[in-house]
Design a protein around this ligand. Sequence first.
Ligand SMILES: Nc1ncnc2c1ncn2[C@@H]1O[C@H](COP(=O)(O)OP(=O)(O)O)[C@@H](O)[C@H]1O
Ligand SMILES: [Mg+2]
Length: 281
Amino acid sequence: MELLGQGREAEVFLRPDGAVLKLLRPGFPETGLHRELAAMRALAGHDGLVPRPVGIVTTRDRPGLVMERIPGADLLSTLARSPWRLHSAGPLMAAVHARVHAVSAPAALPDLRAELDGRIRAAAGLPDRLRSFALSTLDGLPDGDRLCHGDLHLGNILDRGNSPVVIDWGNAARGDPVGDVARTLVLHRHASPPPGSPLVMRVLAPPLRNDIVHRYLRAYRRLGRVSVPTLRRWEIVHTAARLSERIEAECSSLLRRLEAALARADRAERSGHLGRASTHG
Ligand SMILES: Nc1ncnc2c1ncn2[C@@H]1O[C@H](COP(=O)(O)OP(=O)(O)O)[C@@H](O)[C@H]1O
Ligand SMILES: [Mg+2]
């Protein structure tokens, strides 16, 4: 079978029958595939926003998900070849994300807050006070019933003749859409390009990344309601949870960001106390 792509958890093959097989690497749990299937089924019939799912199979003793093949490249590679599209990438990702969030999540998907709680507790190298900060921040965040992708970035949007198709639903969950927007922001802010991909590195040079993220957020806010303080809290939570993915190259910037957020929260609390003291005194 021809190898179409690969990531940390899976290899993606083109089967002789023309379908795509996303085959898990040995040792990765099958649960992610069931999440992908549930999310893709929930979106089937939404104007081709996802590849048509076929089902879960076992090949070479490994579980895999069979789905429709999308012929076009992902948005990240497209940007590398057509940098003039930079302006439209953020708004396009926002439009896609808002369409996902319009859908109520199937019951089979886990709750986003519970999921993040588990990841923060499992995060490696997170000092206790940052872990407690992240967990207490999570405590105050809302539940929700929307379909959340959990990993939406430019590399997970393919092109089917000028209409976007979202892949890679293994982190799909049910929750507050603002939480899912925060994950996209955190991914683009910290994402370390995979080794050996100079094009990707150039495309996602930090100033370009910031520009894309800025346009993405501005466009999303025209389509869906976003409370900025809530968004900032979700970002703290996702920054801590990202450490559970053990991506060496990102650790120090994630930790720096958390330290800064904690310092800001401490300052805000102190000035709140002072403010109250002066009002009452
Ligand atoms: N339905 C599909 N049609 C065409 N290519 C696909 C499809 N699904 C995945 N791919 C290719 O495989 C790559 C990895 O798939 P993805 O689901 O994003 O896995 P990972 O979780 O490893 O990132 C994609 O970037 C894309 O190149
Ligand atoms: Mg992917």
